[in-house]
Design a protein around this ligand. Structure first.
Ligand SMILES: NC(=O)C[C@H](N)C(=O)O
Length: 322
């Protein structure tokens, strides 16, 4: 039996929390996973607590720190497992997937019920993540999210439910794989993605969501604030009100990139409608459609593109190909 060397990086989140006597969930000083026994005879774990944070406190700077830590391993591990809060887990997964080109698997997991709650899913998900990281078929698959016996690709995974343990899903692509009691099964291999290094993560890129009756006021304020870019979760296939479309034109006239994604939970955004506010006219005005990832992920993608000083054409190509 070959022993697989796995690096575990704990970052906090519910998986490392506990419930107090009032039923409130809080962060502790000792990670409950450290004292737990995992049944994985063919793996040797190196465990580090890189952060102990609820995931709402994790931002791109922490993601960059994680990325640097993984780069430092210089292929000395067969796999990496990251435990993370579920609220921003998909963003960390996407950031690492877009900025790390490694052969070994990087698997992120979390929990919906803290360590001492009835039906706690933390230890089970942790063991599942370790199983996937140690599996020979997990190589060359980029960053994966493992929760509730399912394997999801970082590119498409999203949190779909506030509290259910089956919260993570990939509405556009479907589940990439499954864990059964004895097997790990992959259903498909994703098309290759473009990976860029990243050095700066301090760009100011707000994400706005369209709503019926949206005017241009917020977009005008953002133009005056000279932000580095704006992500708009537009209606349906990527459409806006007339007033918001005028706000988009103002931002574009100041060379502020405007990125269109859909506010719909499922499906691909693409220019279809040719009237003021319609996707065809937004694209003609210079807005960039990021077709199949959500707003928070598009924000990270723009950050990566800007950090690499891509010119407008290369930025368009990079953002469109998702
Ligand atoms: N289930 C969780 O982990 C949610 C928690 N609020 C977090 O993201 O840290």
């Amino acid at each position: 039996m070959t022993i697989k060397k796995i690096l575990v990086l704990h970052t906090g989140g519910t998986i490392s929390m506990h419930e107090d006597e009032d039923g409130d969930v809080e962060t502790g000083t000792e990670n409950p996973l450290n004292g737990a026994t995992v049944q994985l005879p063919d793996a040797e774990l190196t465990v580090e607590s890189i952060f102990n944070l609820p995931s709402e406190h994790i931002g791109p700077r922490h993601m960059l720190q994680l990325q640097q830590r993984i780069l430092k391993t210089k292929n000395s591990f067969d796999g990496v497992v990251i435990t993370h809060g579920t609220d921003t887990l998909e963003e960390t997964a996407f950031f690492l997937d877009s900025t790390l080109s490694v052969d070994f698997p990087i698997v992120i997991t979390g929990a919906m019920r803290s360590s001492n709650e009835l039906g706690s899913d933390g230890l089970y998900n942790y063991q599942s993540a370790l199983r996937v990281a140690a599996d020979k078929n997990s190589r060359h698959r980029g960053v994966m999210v493992v929760m509730n016996d399912e394997i999801h690709a970082a590119r498409f995974v999203t949190k779909t439910h506030t509290t259910n343990v089956a919260t993570f899903g990939s509405p556009i692509s479907g589940t990439m794989g499954l864990l059964t009691k004895r097997r790990i099964i992959f259903f498909y291999q994703l098309a290759p993605r473009q990976v860029f290094p990243i050095t700066s993560v301090d760009q100011n890129i707000p994400v706005l969501e369209a709503y019926a009756g949206m005017d241009g006021q917020l977009l005008e304020l953002l133009a005056a604030a000279n932000v580095d870019g704006v992500i708009i979760k537009a209606f349906g296939a990527g459409n806006l009100s007339k007033e918001a479309a005028n706000g988009v034109s103002l931002l574009l006239s100041q060379h502020i990139p405007v990125i269109i994604v859909s506010r719909s939970f499922n499906g691909v955004a693409e220019p279809v409608y040719d009237y003021l506010g319609g996707g065809v006219q937004l694209e003609k005005a210079g807005a960039i459609f990021v077709t199949s990832i959500n707003g928070p992920k598009a924000r990270l993608k723009l950050m990566i593109g800007l950090s690499n000083h891509l010119n407008h054409v290369d930025l368009q190509t990079y953002l469109r190909n998702s």
